[in-house]
Ligand binder design. Structure first.
Ligand code: PLP
Length: 375
């Protein structure tokens, strides 16, 4: 059996060891409910407070602007539905055609209840520019939602500029930063964003936990009604262990951000330079502003699904840019949005390298690709 080469860090990441250790007491002895007034609840309550402060400091927010959720999907749903349903005067949403389904599907729910939603087409390089956004803004636009970085092609959007355009036109601005938080330096107050979604398992935290940043003073509908948790806006007993793990993982990633970026970019360049020296024909999708370590590669006239399965047989985990459905291979909505030619789109794979990958992993990936393409 070949050793595992995990190169799908945009799908999920390995849990940080320190985060795991920090979670353990709250899964065992410290099981008190943080909402209770007695002494046994003090530790979990304090742990939640500390986690909120740590997370806030990692993204330049205030602690009361951090709302714990069950992950990126919940944060996106809450931001979109929670802000749209509150405003009765203006009710149009502008988003992009290459958002994650956690944004697109709630937008489609709004559409079905009569909200106009405009889906901006990104440039062929994979960017929503300020000029593109300006064309879609109307006096009715209540919410603009553009992802910070695309999960398939890794392009990092000019979020600060987009946010300024939205505000100039009287719209709120939300960004799905699930692929970005913990990997790119973010200061929410500097960007001026109203809401920002994040998910712990994308930055070496545990699965099933995340947060939504909601700017101080911004009113949105509660996500759930019941208890008074999360300042009365998201009822439900908190996932204390998950939240503690998320804070430790985020702090560790943010403290080592530059070092991690340099390291992963080194692996990224190494992979590209070995590929370039081979006879394999390919194009790399996305322009120059990209997430470190995310390579969307298209091999003309190849089948991305088949490449994934061949790599899987040698213990290498990557992902495709297409969703396979039995007999036919559908081209993903992201690759369609950037208008990638079909013969390239069908042969697209996503390799996402992380801080735990090594040069040996990169060599193994390229070697396996060479075997597939027999160069
Ligand atoms: N948004 C983006 C850009 C993502 O990449 C993902 C997960 O792949 C999500 C949202 C959903 O996050 P979660 O898995 O935490 O629900």
């Amino acid at each position: 059996m070949s050793r595992l080469v995990y190169a799908d860090n945009a799908a999920t990441t390995q849990l940080d060891t320190a985060a795991f250790k920090a979670m353990l007491p709250f899964l065992t002895n410290e099981y008190g409910n943080a909402s209770q007034p007695y002494a046994f609840a003090r530790k979990p309550k304090k742990a939640l407070q500390d986690a909120r402060e740590t997370i806030a400091s990692c993204i330049g927010a205030a602690p009361e602007e951090i709302f714990f959720t069950s992950g990126g999907t919940e944060s996106d749903n809450w931001a979109i539905k929670g802000s749209a349903l509150l405003n009765v005067c203006k009710h149009a949403v502008v988003t992009s055609a290459f958002e994650h389904h956690a944004v697109l599907h709630p937008c489609q729910v709004l559409e079905r209840s009569g909200y106009p939603v405009a889906y901006m087409r990104p440039s062929q390089e994979g960017y929503i520019t300020a000029e593109i956004l300006k064309r879609y803004m109307t006096s009715q636009t209540h919410l603009t939602s553009v992802m910070f970085a695309n999960n398939e092609i890794g392009t990092v959007q000019p979020v600060k500029e987009l946010c300024a355009v939205a505000h100039e036109n009287g719209s709120l601005f939300h960004t799905d930063a699930v692929q970005t938080v913990g990997h790119v330096s973010i200061n929410v107050h500097d960007i001026g964003v109203d809401m920002l979604s994040a998910s712990a398992h994308k930055f070496n935290g545990p699965k099933g936990v995340g947060f939504l940043y909601i700017r101080n003073g911004l009113k949105i509908m509660p996500y759930s009604d019941g208890g008074a948790q999360e300042f009365g806006l998201r009822a439900g007993t908190e996932n204390v262990a998950g939240i503690v793990g998320m804070a430790v993982a985020l702090k560790n990633n943010c403290d080592a951000l530059e070092e991690n970026t340099r390291y992963v970019e080194g692996l990224d360049s190494m992979l590209v330079s070995i590929l370039d020296r081979s006879d394999i024909k390919y194009v790399r999708n996305g322009g120059t502003s990209r997430l470190p370590g995310l390579l969307s590669l298209s091999f003309p006239d190849a089948d991305g699904g088949a490449i994934l399965h061949r790599l899987d047989l040698t213990g290498i985990c990557i992902s495709t840019g297409s969703a396979c459905n039995g007999t036919s291979t559908d081209i993903s909505h992201v690759l369609q949005a950037v208008q990638l030619e079909d013969r390239y789109a069908k042969g697209t794979i996503r390799i996402s390298l992380g801080k735990a990958n090594t040069e040996e992993d990169v060599e193994a990936i390229v070697k396996a690709l060479m075997k597939i393409f027999r160069t």
